[in-house]
Write a protein that binds this ligand. Structure first.
Ligand code: AMP
Length: 459
């Protein structure tokens, strides 16, 4: 299949060429014909599959068939970063079209958004909370909307956004085209799909298996030695861009600061930052000004940065799916990548869940010369929070606004698995890093591949 087969408007076709796309990806080949026909689509695909262009290109084509004076396309995404990334795709692919798009999300001044809405836009890319504010305040009229896209629906569910989505849909005509994309299909998303889609065509691409070019290694270490171990690994390993994952926003922030103090060009990306700072961290990581980015899972959703040589899980993720998603940030486009995970005793169940998904035991590795014998301080203050300052009383929050909460994902199990040991990249020669099963220090009994564990999310 070729992009010419879709018979896109010449200005849209020009955008495809300018973006350097030669062949449609599987999700594009399956979804675009159906979307062009005007039907509803449920796309089961994750970031990295080319799903954005699968809905952006038909939307641009449709808009060129006749300009309207109202918002025609609405794309709802769970995070600001993803919204910006989608808008960048619209700008790139729609360069020749003159179509006007706008991102809408919280954490930034609403006035410029209102001003742009007044001037008129064709496509809105929005996060649910701020979009609902604009709708409630009458800043935005969706009564003529033609296409609604719900992107990363499972993450919207994870973040507690489904009630907002249902409220937003009340502002949209029933007669519309709806496209729903999700990497996994928890029951809540199936239910939502039944509510919002009409006779949908389901298209699915199985990309949940990690790239075969990624090698996976566990580094057993006591929790109080994790930062020292991370610094040691960074010193001993030849890296390009490194994405480090921490469990909480606070841990990401503190760890980012520690890396800067240790002389690294590092930044953190977590939900407590202002939008400007989030974007600056991401841009700096993309253009290489920051070599290391420390992020939480939610902040890192959908990040598309090439040249990430190492993903380091400072904290193991909560689910095997999240592990696959994290390490999917490296080894992209057939490059070699490395996934390191610092693990402690309490991570055993999650390690087994990940090993089951990968289909083989994960390699354990120790670092020669690293002092594993340092005992834990009686009170570990590494991530202790400073005492809270007295806070002024808060005004009551927005009525009916769901507070985003993170819950465990309950998605489908990945369909296929990769035997990391067989297909993974050959071990890089790194002085000081010793590999081998059963070499866990300090009696950390993290033997590979035993027993069944208790399934996913069991921490
Ligand atoms: P997405 O899954 O939409 O986030 O896309 C992942 C990456 O694939 C982005 O950097 C896109 O620019 C790129 N991409 C999308 N479609 C194609 C294509 N047909 N050929 C090459 N790259 C593509």
């Amino acid at each position: 299949m070729d992009f010419d087969d879709f018979k896109f408007h010449p200005q849209v076709r020009a955008g495809v060429t300018a973006a350097g796309y030669n062949t449609p990806t599987p999700i594009q080949a399956q979804a675009i014909p159906r979307v062009l026909q005007g039907g509803d689509v449920m796309g089961i695909a994750q970031t990295g599959t080319g799903k954005t262009a699968a809905f952006v290109l038909p939307m641009l084509h449709r808009l060129l068939a006749g300009r309207r004076s109202h918002v025609c396309g609405l794309i709802i995404a769970p995070t600001r970063e993803l919204a910006e990334q989608i808008n960048e795709s619209i700008l790139e692919l729609g360069k020749e079209t003159g179509i006007r798009s706008l991102t809408i999300y919280g954490g930034v001044n609403a006035k410029p958004q209102v001003a742009k809405l007044k001037q008129g836009v064709d496509i809105v890319v929005a996060c649910p909370g701020r979009l609902l504010d604009h709708l409630n305040q009458g800043n935005l009229d969706l009564s003529h909307l033609e296409t609604l896209v719900l992107d990363e629906a499972d993450h919207m569910f994870d973040m507690g956004f489904l009630p907002d989505i249902r409220r937003i849909i009340k502002y949209i005509p029933e007669k519309r085209q709806t496209l729903l994309f999700s990497a996994t299909m928890p029951n809540e998303i199936r239910r939502l799909a039944q509510e919002v889609l009409q006779k949908p065509t389901t298209v699915q691409v199985d990309t949940v298996a990690p790239a075969k070019t990624v090698s996976h290694v566990l580094y057993p270490v006591e929790p109080h030695l994790k930062t020292a171990m991370l610094l040691e690994l960074l010193q001993l390993t030849k890296t390009e861009s490194v994405l480090v994952f921490a469990r909480t926003k606070y841990r990401a922030k503190r760890l980012g600061e520690k890396l800067v103090k240790s002389g690294y060009r590092a930044a953190s990306l977590q939900g407590n930052l202002s939008q400007n700072k989030r974007q600056a961290a991401l841009n700096g990581f993309r253009d290489g000004s920051f070599q290391i980015l420390v992020a939480t899972d939610i902040a890192a959703r959908g990040i598309d940065v090439s040249l990430i040589s190492h993903v380091i899980n400072y904290d193991i993720p909560d689910t095997a799916d999240a592990y696959i998603h994290r390490i999917g940030r490296t080894g992209r486009a057939a490059r070699n990548g490395n996934a390191y995970t610092l693990v402690s005793r309490e991570d055993q169940i999650m390690i087994r869940a990940i090993e089951r998904v990968l289909g083989s035991p994960l390699e354990r590795c120790t670092v020669d010369g690293f002092d594993y014998s340092v005992t834990s301080p009686r009170k570990n203050t590494e991530f202790a929070r400073p005492p809270r300052q007295p806070q002024p009383r808060r005004k009551p929050g927005r009525q009916g606004q769901a507070k985003p909460v993170q819950t465990n994902q309950q998605g489908d199990q990945p369909k296929s698995a990769t035997r990391a040991g067989k297909t993974g990249k050959k071990n890089p020669k790194r002085s000081g890093l010793r590999r081998g099963r059963g070499t866990a220090p300090l009696g950390l009994n993290l033997q590979a591949g035993r027993g069944g564990g208790q399934g996913r999310g069991g921490r």
